[in-house]
Design a protein around this ligand. Structure first.
Ligand code: MF3
Ligand code: CO
Ligand code: CO
Length: 269
């Protein structure tokens, strides 16, 4: 529920106050810290539900609330998307094997503020082609973030991501996008990871949103499995994703979900 306080743009994008950055930072930091700590558990032989159990317990131990448990009937504290799963993978009895790559996506609520972040992990040995996919996806997110400043547009963000990814002969998923967030999980605008420079809404100081590009080694098309959540690449090619929650500042942006331990990328420690 949106509270009546606060300004919105004509496109229905909420403009938050300087003091609100503090709340988002706290929520984002907790989500990132949980992703830091789950890293030690990711290895061949572990099931994705063991990883989710750890995350659920960590959210609870921090006195926070999982945004995903109960969200549209979803029952887990994370989404865990392995190999050709693009996003919204449901934790379960699946056992990780050597060389599997996975995205873990966590959203927490702290004092009413939402922190949403995801990153890639590897079980065992990272293959060269998976390493390249993960590096390109991470760099694409950071290039999108570099395009964030007042006066630029959401199309500039999408273009920066798409141009880079396609130059690497990989593809950007079109079927899922980033989103506004703050006091709510999913709010306007849709943050597309492709687009034309100068198109779409103009960025303003005080906007909070995610950027969360999904990149495939093969074609961009996806399909959702019969469980109504799991999205996979139609051509079964490997897929990767990274997500940050950010707030637009006077001259750029603040990333709310930076890794406290500096472990955002799987090859960083
Ligand atoms: N965290 C995801 C996002 O980035 C949304 C997950 S919704 C769930 O927007 F219900 F699948 F968990
Ligand atoms: Co998100
Ligand atoms: Co997310």
């Amino acid at each position: 529920m949106e509270e009546p306080r606060g300004r919105q743009t004509k496109d229905g994008i909420r403009i938050y106050e300087p003091a609100d950055f503090v709340g988002m930072h706290k929520a984002g930091r907790l989500a990132a810290d949980i992703l830091d700590r789950v890293a030690a558990l990711v290895e061949p032989g572990v099931t994705t539900e063991v990883l989710d159990d750890f995350i659920r317990d960590a959210v609870e131990a921090a006195g926070a609330v999982s945004a995903t448990i109960g969200y549209r009937g979803y029952q887990h504290a994370s989404c865990i998307s392995v190999n050709h799963v693009v996003c919204h993978g449901i934790p379960g009895p699946k056992v990780l094997k050597d060389g599997d790559i996975l995205n873990i996506d966590v959203t927490v609520i702290v004092d009413g503020w939402y922190g949403d972040t995801s990153r890639m992990y590897v079980a065992g040995m990272l293959s060269r082609k998976a390493e390249r996919l993960i590096r390109v996806t991470h760099d694409a997110l950071m290039l999108g973030i570099e395009a964030v400043r007042p006066g630029n547009t959401f199309g500039d963000i999408g273009h920066a991501i798409q141009a880079y990814v396609e130059a690497q002969r990989m593809s950007v998923v079109r079927d899922f996008c980033g989103h506004g967030l703050g006091r709510v999980f999913h709010a306007p605008p849709n943050v597309l990871h492709y687009g034309r420079p100068g198109s779409r809404e103009v960025l303003e100081e005080g906007m909070f949103f995610t950027i969360e590009p999904m990149v495939n080694l093969g074609r961009p098309e996806t399909k959702v499995l019969a469980d109504d959540w799991t999205a996979v690449t139609r051509d079964k090619s490997l897929s990767a994703q990274f997500e940050h929650s950010i707030g637009v500042t006077a001259d750029g942006c603040e990333i709310f979900t930076l890794s406290p331990a500096g472990k955002f990328h799987p090859t960083w420690g």
